[in-house]
Write a protein that binds this ligand. Structure first.
Ligand code: FAD
Length: 513
C-alpha cells in the first residue's frame, strides 16, 4: 500500500528525479547544491542544537539556510538518497523537548529563508499571505497598517507561522475562532518527498488537513494564507479574582458560550504574597494593588482569576464601553473588590508577553531551561484535576504563569491532525515554569519529574486529557496519544513522508529506507 501511495503522489505531481539511487552521507552533503548556505561542523552549543526548553541538545550534520521553498525541496530530495538522513524545520526554536532538532540530520533554519519573508495583505478579500518563517509579531504589525488583524493568536508572538500551525496555536480568542489552524485558507507545503504543493480545503485537501497540527510530519510550510478581521484600536483589559474553582469555571464557561468578551483566559495563582506566583502577579498597573483582606475568610492554597478583553475603537464613547463591560461583568461571581482593569492599545495587548520577555531577559531567566507542560483536560475532569494537581501537587506554583481556560471543541476542525479530549468543552492547562538565573541540573530534573507525576496522576485517575505540544519517547505512547486517530496519522505519513524524513525530533516515526 505504501508503494502505491508514493507512486500515486509522484504521478500526480511533477517530481522528476525524486527517487534517485542511494548515496553516502558524505557525498550527499558534498553535492548539496542550493542557492542558500550550509553550515557544517556544528557542536551541541550551536543554535541548531538548542531550543527554548533547554533540556535537550543534539548535534545535526548541518544547519541549512535555504533561499526559498525550492531549496527546501532540494534538501529533502537529497536526504531521500540516503537511508538515514532526516530533515527538521526549525522555526524560532521555541519548542520545549527538542521537537525541531535532528540528531545526525539536517536542520533547516526557516528564519533565515531569504525569499520567504513576505507578508502580503489582501484588503478586499480580508486575508494575508505570509511566508512560513515569518513571526506573528511581524504579521500583526503589517496587518495593523491596513486596520486588519488575524482572528486567532498565541499569547506570545515571536513564534513562526509554520511552527504554531504545526501544533494548533491557541490563546484567549480560540473560544470564538478556534485555534490558528482553524483560520488558515491555504498553504504552500514542501512534502516529505520533496514536492512543493499548494493545498487548501478544496485543493489537495488531505495534505492541507494533515499539515495543520501535524507536528511537522507531513511537510514543511513555506506559505500560509490567514483570514483577517477588522482590528480594533483599543481593548479594555480586565482581571477578576475567584477563591472557588467551581465559580471560576462556571463563569469562564458562561463567557465562552455567550461570546460577550473578545478574549477569555484563566489563571491559577498561589494564595500568598509571592511576587511571581501570588497576589502581586494579578494587578495590571503599578498604581493597583491586591488587598487580600477582601478575600473570603476561608480560602484554599490557590486562587484563580479570569483575564478578559473587550475590543473598542478610539472614537467609541467611553460610557458605552463602560456600560457594556458592566453588563457583561454583572452576571459573574468574582470577589467584587478584586477587579483590575486598564485600557490598552490592541497592539500592546497582543504584545503583552513580548513585553514580559524583555524583563525576563533582563533578569537572565529567558535563556535558562523551561520544563513546560501543556495539556488539554476535559470539562468532565477539570474539577478533579484542580483538587489533585492545582490544589495539591503544584499548590506552591511553578515559578511562572499557570494557565487554565476553557475551549470549545466545535471550533476545531476534526480533519486537522490535532487530537483533543472527548468532551465539547475542554480546558487548556499550561505550566509555564521558569527557573532562577543559574539553576542546578537537579532542579530541572525535579521539575521534569513533577510534570511526569502530573501526567501519571491523570492516567491513574482515568482523566480524559491530551498533551498539547506533545512529547513522547516511544511509538507505543504516541499510538495512545492519537487513539482512534492513529491509523489516519500513519496513513497520512505513508502518503506524504513515506521514508519518515521529516521532523525526527518529535520521535513519532523512525527513518526508513
Ligand atoms: P519550532 O520550535 O522551531 O518547531 C516546532 C515544530 O514544528 C518542530 O517539529 C518543527 O520541525 C516544526 N516546524 C517548524 N517550522 C515549521 C514549518 N514551517 N513547517 C512545518 N513544520 C515546522 N503555543 C500556543 O499555542 N499558544 C501560546 O500562547 C504559546 N505561547 C508560547 C510562549 C512561549 C514563550 C513559547 C516558548 C512557546 C509558546 N507556545 C504557544 C508554543 C509554540 O506555539 C510552539 O512551541 C511552536 O512550535 C513554536 O514555534 P516555533 O516557530 O518556535 O517552532
Amino acid at each position: 500500500m505504501l508503494a502505491c501511495l508514493v507512486e500515486r503522489f509522484v504521478a500526480e505531481n511533477d517530481t522528476d528525479s525524486i527517487l534517485e539511487p542511494e548515496k553516502s552521507e558524505d557525498s550527499i552533503l558534498k553535492d548539496l547544491d542550493i542557492e542558500g548556505s550550509i553550515d557544517y561542523g556544528l557542536t551541541t552549543t550551536d543554535i541548531a542544537s538548542k531550543d527554548f526548553g533547554g533540556i535537550y541538545a543534539v548535534k545535526p550534520l548541518a544547519f541549512i539556510r535555504p533561499a526559498g521553498a525550492d531549496d527546501i525541496a532540494r534538501v529533502i530530495r537529497s536526504a531521500l538518497q540516503s537511508p538515514t538522513i532526516t530533515v527538521a524545520a526549525r522555526g524560532n526554536g521555541h519548542s520545549i523537548n527538542g521537537q525541531a532538532m535532528a540528531d545526525h540530520g539536517l536542520v533547516i533554519d526557516m528564519k533565515s529563508m531569504g525569499h520567504n519573508n513576505r507578508i502580503d495583505v489582501n484588503v478586499a478579500s480580508m486575508y494575508v499571505d505570509v511566508g512560513g518563517r515569518v513571526l506573528w509579531t511581524d504579521v500583526l504589525k503589517r496587518c495593523l497598517g491596513y486596520g486588519l488583524a488575524p482572528k486567532s493568536w498565541t499569547d506570545y508572538l515571536d513564534l513562526t507561522v509554520g511552527g504554531t500551525l504545526s501544533n494548533a496555536g491557541v490563546s484567549g480568542q480560540a473560544f470564538r475562532f478556534g485555534p490558528q489552524t482553524s483560520t488558515v485558507m491555504e498553504l504552500e507545503v514542501v512534502t516529505g518527498i520533496g514536492v512543493k504543493t499548494v493545498c487548501s480545503n478544496s485543493q489537495n485537501s488531505e495534505l492541507f488537513f494533515s499539515v495543520l497540527g501535524g507536528l511537522g510530519q507531513f511537510g514543511i510550510i513555506t506559505r500560509a494564507r490567514i483570514m483577517l478581521q477588522h482590528a480594533p484600536d483599543m481593548v479594555r483589559w480586565i482581571r477578576v479574582v475567584y477563591s472557588e474553582f467551581d465559580e471560576f469555571t462556571r463563569d469562564a464557561e458562561l463567557l465562552i458560550m455567550s461570546e460577550s468578551f473578545n478574549y477569555v483566559e484563566g489563571f491559577v495563582i498561589v494564595n500568598s504574597d509571592d511576587p511571581v506566583t501570588g497576589w502581586p502577579s494579578v494587578p495590571l498597573a503599578s498604581n493597583q494593588s491586591f488587598d487580600p483582606t477582601h478575600l473570603p475568610k476561608k480560602t484554599g492554597p490557590v486562587l484563580y482569576f479570569l483575564e478578559l478583553a473587550l475590543h473598542y475603537n478610539k472614537h467609541d464613547d467611553s460610557s458605552t464601553v463602560n456600560t457594556l463591560v458592566e453588563k457583561f461583568l454583572r452576571r459573574l461571581t468574582f470577589v467584587e473588590q478584586l477587579r483590575f482593569e486598564i485600557d490598552s492599545t490592541y497592539m500592546d495587548f497582543l504584545l503583552r508577553v513580548n513585553h514580559a520577555e524583555q524583563a525576563a531577559r533582563g533578569s537572565g531567566i529567558w535563556d535558562t531551561p523551561h520544563p513546560w507542560l501543556n495539556m488539554f483536560v476535559s470539562k468532565r475532569d477539570i474539577a478533579a484535576f484542580n483538587r489533585v494537581v492545582f490544589q495539591n501537587i503544584i499548590k506552591g506554583g511553578v515559578n511562572g504563569p499557570l494557565l487554565t481556560y476553557p475551549l470549545l471543541r466545535s471550533k476545531w476542525d476534526s480533519r486537522s491532525s490535532v487530537v483533543l479530549p472527548q468532551s465539547d468543552i475542554f480546558y487548556l492547562v499550561a505550566l509555564l515554569r521558569f527557573t532562577h538565573a543559574h539553576p542546578k541540573e537537579s532542579e530541572i530534573k525535579q521539575m521534569v519529574a513533577q510534570n511526569n507525576e502530573i501526567v501519571q496522576t491523570c492516567i491513574k485517575n482515568g482523566f480524559d486529557f491530551k498533551l498539547y505540544l506533545p512529547h513522547y519517547e516511544s511509538t507505543v505512547e504516541w499510538k495512545k496519544h492519537f487513539g482512534d486517530q492513529w491509523i489516519r496519522f500513519v496513513e497520512r505519513k505513508s502518503q506524504f513522508d513515506p521514508k519518515a524524513v521529516l521532523a525526527p525530533g518529535q520521535k513519532i516515526f523512525t527513518r526508513n529506507d
